[in-house]
Design a binder for this molecule. Sequence first.
Ligand SMILES: [Zn+2]
Length: 78
Amino acid sequence: MYYSRKKPVGDYEQEMTAIWSCTQESCNGWMRDDFSFEVVPTCSQCNSPMLRSMKSLPVLINSSYGNKMGIKKMETKL
Ligand SMILES: [Zn+2]
């Protein structure tokens, strides 16, 4: 099995990704769900609880960057 090379090579491939999105309608805060939370995270912009959702995002090649960012965020919150 192989994929056709006719597939357009875009700058970024988009993929449906699990995210957390803010429940506040006036707020467009969201973050990637690259790491597992034990509790529902709160929005960094308005502190509203966040809801699990899906979003079409460019595929990350280096996912460790996102993980690092997430851990940093968690630490500052604690
Ligand atoms: Zn928010």
